[in-house]
Design a protein around this ligand. Structure first.
Ligand code: HSE
Length: 416
């Protein structure tokens, strides 16, 4: 019988207790640490298990495993350290903790002969971490994912006509969004998940602030429709692409060809495409947020502790370099709001030509009271060249709103 202590009893903690109450797994919960003893709780939470002394709970001698479900770095990090130092295995759903402090905590766990497992930290019950580990030995060279359920939900709802703020509110009500939804909307949540996956799949340790991260706050409904007209879905994508010692990493609203399985991931669903030399393409899609999907992953880790399965990590090459975003060659869809259409088009075409960026498509739609929205599809070019051309447009005072630029992910059509 595995003896478990839970830290935190919010959405996920309650979900873990709910699943345990329905199962016959050989697990017993010894205690549940909470910040507020007197808060109303679901019937599945036995009041006699509650304590507001988490440090005492994690070092109790009748506890084998500590499950950390508090989130954030403080006090979660100190508690996980205390648990490992007290000789307990640890299971956590905390992606910030694993992305920011994973190496140090894994080293501590190893030094104490304990395990630290975190399947629930990325895509909840959709087992992307196990899949990434399983494929790592075959040389993973690309990860492309939709890793944030809230953003995918908001973009799906906007495409169906809902306002941005209403869609965010609905995601909060449905339990997908973080306590602070700016973590979702800004792309930081997806960036933390990408960092965790890069370590599992590629064996590479990168900090979450070492690459370009852009969220969905600037996306307008018209951008989603314009992308679709050009044959693409506009999604918050997280991409890691390894080419020898060069590593591209990015999280941003990007374009996926409509026929690609990633383009068909709607609402709060998550998905991950893993491409490796050994296995080719593996695609996973499923629920990546919410109480029971996340609790399922927590229980999967507890079962792994009971059955003793192993994990693998690879050494990071000393010369690995992260490719600056401006050097990434790609096609891009631009949405540019202008008042003087003729002058803007002339300046834009001149500047794109001067920057060596070809123009594959240009259309203009009048928008009542806002002038004209230009939709531009460029040829493949480094992002920095395009940024120079767009800066000239802004300098000439031709734009009435910030230019939106969406990178087109050339999944399955490399090098065209
Ligand atoms: N806020 C996260 C999401 C929850 O929307 O994907 C799961 O990490």
């Amino acid at each position: 019988m595995l003896r478990v202590a839970l830290l935190g009893c919010g959405t996920v903690g309650t979900g873990v207790l709910e699943l345990l109450s329905r199962s016959s797994l050989p697990l017993v919960v010894r205690g549940v640490a909470v910040a507020h003893l007197d808060r109303p709780r679901a019937p599945v939470v036995s009041p006699e298990l509650l304590t507001d002394r988490p440090f005492e709970l994690v070092s109790q001698s009748d506890v084998d495993v500590v499950v950390e479900l508090i989130g954030g770095l403080d006090p979660a990090e100190s508690l996980v350290r205390a648990a490992l130092e007290a000789g307990k295995d640890v299971v956590t759903a905390n992606k910030a903790l694993i992305a920011e402090r994973g190496e140090a905590l894994l080293a501590l766990a190893r030094s104490r002969g304990r395990r630290l497992l975190y399947e629930a930290s990325v895509c909840a019950g959709t087992p992307v971490i196990r899949a990434a580990r399983a494929l790592a030995a075959g040389g993973v060279w690309r990860l492309a994912g939709i890793l944030n359920g809230t953003c995918n939900y908001v973009l799906s709802r906007m495409a169906a006509g809902m306002e941005f703020d209403d869609a965010v509110r609905l995601a909060q009500q449905r339990g997908f969004a973080e306590a602070d939804p700016t973590l979702d909307i800004s792309g930081r949540d997806a960036a933390q998940k990408l960092v965790v996956l890069v370590r599992e799949a590629m064996g590479l340790v990168v900090p979450p602030d070492a690459f370009a991260v852009e969220g969905i706050a600037q996306v307008r409904r018209g951008d989603l429709l314009a992308a679709r007209e050009q044959g693409y879905a506009l999604k918050l994508v997280a991409v890691a692409r390894r080419d020898g010692e060069k590593l591209q990493l990015r999280v941003h609203p990007g374009l996926i060809p409509l026929g690609h399985p990633l383009a068909q991931v709607e609402e709060e669903l998550n998905a991950l495409l893993i491409e490796s030399d050994g296995t080719g393409e593996v695609f996973l899609r499923g629920r990546g947020a919410g109480a029971l999907p996340t609790a399922t992953a927590v229980l999967a880790d507890l079962l792994e502790l009971m059955t003793g399965a192993g994990t693998m990590t690879l050494a990071t090459p000393a010369r690995l370099s992260i490719v600056p975003h401006g050097e990434v060659r790609a096609r891009r869809l631009l949405r540019i709001e202008v008042a003087d259409e003729l002058r803007a088009v002339r300046t834009l075409t001149d500047q794109l030509a001067a920057a060596g960026v070809s123009l594959d498509h240009l259309s203009a739609y009048p928008v009542p009271d806002r002038g004209t929205v230009l939709t531009v599809l460029t040829g493949r070019a480094p992002g920095a060249n395009l940024a120079n051309a767009l800066a000239a447009l802004v300098r000439a005072d031709l734009c009435t709103a910030p230019v939106r630029s969406y990178l087109l992910e050339e999944l399955g059509e490399e090098g065209t």
